[in-house]
Write a protein that binds this ligand. Sequence first.
Ligand SMILES: [Cu+2]
Length: 176
Amino acid sequence: MQFLTGRTSWLALVAVASLSVLAVALGTFLPVAFASGQAETREFIVEASKFSYSPERPRVNLGATVILRLRPQDVSHGLYLDGYGLETTAAPAVPGVPGGEGVLKFVADRPGKFRFRCAVTCGPLHPFMIGELNVESGTPYTNAPFLATVAATILVGGGTLAYVWGRKGTGGGSAS
Ligand SMILES: [Cu+2]
């Protein structure tokens, strides 16, 4: 029929080209979005006391630099992080004496939930002194460049198609 004649086929070509350009833009934005996550630094003061941690379930984004500052509140405690194999211990702070803090600094490069447990036998319920670090792999659906690109793709692609179909409906194929 007249759908693939003259102007309509040219517009279809433009639509395909637009989508291609946007696909490339998508490929450019996504790595940037992930890279920006890597620049993030999350620091937590983890207070430890018999027999729990506070916060108990810190959450970070994949790629973030994480600083955990273990601060025992009553007796000496430790923190061993499963999956990452990291450990620190500390005694409670004493006024006038530096310390009272064990620091773990690392890049959260493994996604998932990782338990951490006390690394110092601190009492009868010591085995139950457990927390959990949640390393969330960033979903692309929450970053602005991705959403903007998707929106632009839909607008341009949909708009072009609507235009093509509109011209087809009004006999638009008959370019003068
Ligand atoms: Cu403990």
